[in-house]
Design a protein around this ligand. Structure first.
Ligand code: ADP
Ligand code: ASP
Ligand code: MG
Length: 418
């Protein structure tokens, strides 16, 4: 069997039973030469984000905020390791101390910088536990700190990969024989400070490693049977997509099908490395294969929902046209305030844009826009995207919704609704 990359997300390692199951998946699928990329456990990245917020809002009580994070990991470790003098406990304590030290000593007021120095501990703790547990059950492996290999610029929370150095580091340091355990999502800047690749970025890490090491395939192990025709949390009667092309997968991920991180596809497509999306609960089932070939099989309408979007409707104050110059200005501001644009629509005198405000800059943006435009803001709207629509699917989607905007293109229907 060739050299593979496996990625296990937070849901697969949310508790001790999950970690045992990850070992089972590796054994069951006979992956002997593989890099196993593991995310933070369960919802730990959110918990570390809250720790960062606590740090910035009320620094004095930081130990209170840290305590539940420490006990969460220790409890999982206690469940997995009968021997409480196992060296894993020392390693975990080292990580906790390192983090506490950073929070005590840090002088930087830069939120994004501090965020990255803190949230990386989610993956460091998780992989430390997983790697040690594998070794205990004779799944012999080597733990790697991926920050030493994957290098980015200093754009904290959204590091841009330096491919040349990363390729060199990975190929020199990660053997293609045997099992290697490492983190997703995290990297480091040229000065050695931690960076992250954007939320949910572990799928992307798996793709970076596969690209640099010419892996045979990447498998991302999920709590769903594969890529479905809709997120089962929001849509009923979804079906499994057996195969989809890289292009279709990019489209689905771009519109918000959160089962695959959008950046994952590009490196894989460039080297035609297949991406498999499979269920960690049922590792021998076929799942979804993303590869070159026909766009989508079976050809069914696919539903995507993005919640908590914002719809901005702008029109000129003096009834003049929305021209290239106006629209150019608006886009410059959207870029400056890091609002992600999902959908645009314009007419002679108005311009609507559906955006996501990850960095909480909406108020500042609207204040700037109001100097030049009449601005209407709809917050908490939902953006529905229907790929490969048919009439029945469109009617069903439109049912019982107050629709603010609808856009129809050849293969896609999008609705913004309250
Ligand atoms: P990870 O554990 O790797 O972080 P995620 O939670 O990010 O995994 O991704 C799996 C989740 O993606 C599923 O539980 C499901 O709710 C959601 N999802 C969104 N769109 C789809 C889709 N089209 N098919 C399957 N799952 C989807
Ligand atoms: N742990 C990170 C997150 O929750 C990265 C990932 O899981 O992909 O965003
Ligand atoms: Mg995730």
């Amino acid at each position: 069997m060739g050299f593979k990359v496996y990625k296990f997300g937070g849901a697969s390692v949310k508790d001790a039973e999950g970690v045992r199951n990850v070992a089972h998946v590796i054994r069951e699928t006979g992956a002997t030469d593989a890099v196993v990329v593991v995310s933070a456990m369960g919802k730990m990245t959110n918990a570390f984000e809250e720790l960062v917020d606590a740090y910035f809002s009320r620094e004095d009580r930081i130990t209170d905020a840290l305590e539940p994070l420490i006990s969460f990991h220790l409890n999982i470790a206690k469940d997995l390791f009968e021997n409480t003098s196992h060296s894993v406990f020392k390693e975990l304590n080292l990580l906790f101390n390192e983090l506490t030290d950073f929070l005590k000593r840090n002088k930087s007021p830069d939120y994004d910088f501090v965020y990255d120095q803190v949230v990386v501990y989610g993956e460091l703790l998780s992989t430390t536990i997983v790697s040690a547990y594998f070794n205990v059950i004779s799944l012999v492996n080597t733990w790697h700190d991926v920050r030493r290999y994957i290098k980015t610029n200093t754009r904290y929370r959204e590091g841009k990969v330096d491919w040349e150095i990363t390729m060199r580091n990975l190929s020199r340091n990660i053997p293609k024989q045997g099992l290697q355990v490492t983190q997703g999502f995290i990297a480091s800047d040229p000065n050695g400070f931690s960076t992250t690749l954007g939320r949910e970025g572990s799928d992307y890490t798996a793709a970076i490693i596969a690209y640099c090491l010419n892996a045979e395939s990447v498998t991302i192990w999920k709590d769903v049977p594969g890529v479905l025709s809709g997120d089962p949390r929001y849509f009923k009667n979804t079906v499994l997509l057996n195969t989809i092309s890289y292009t279709e997968a990019v489209e689905l991920a771009f519109y918000g099908a959160s089962v695959i991180h959008p950046k994952t596809l590009q490196p894989l497509q460039r080297k035609e490395i297949p991406l498999l999306v499979k269920s960690f609960a049922n590792p021998t089932a076929s799942g979804t294969q993303v590869c070159l070939g026909e766009p989508i099989n079976p050809l069914v309408p696919c539903y995507i929902l993005k919640r908590q979007q914002i719809l901005l409707s702008l029109s000129s104050l003096d009834f003049s046209f929305m021209d290239e110059e106006n629209i150019g200005e608006i886009f410059k501001l959207l870029g400056y305030y890091k609002l992600k644009v999902d959908l645009i629509q314009n007419s002679a005198i108005s311009f609507s844009v559906c955006v996501e405000d990850k960095y909480r800059n909406l108020e500042k943006l609207v204040a700037r826009l109001k100097a030049d435009y009449k601005v209407t803001v709809y917050e908490q709207v939902s953006l529905y995207t229907l790929r490969h629509p048919n009439q029945a699917a469109v009617s069903q989607l439109e049912e019982n919704k107050e629709i603010l905007l609808k856009q129809v293109t050849q293969n896609t229907v999008q609705l913004v609704s309250l």
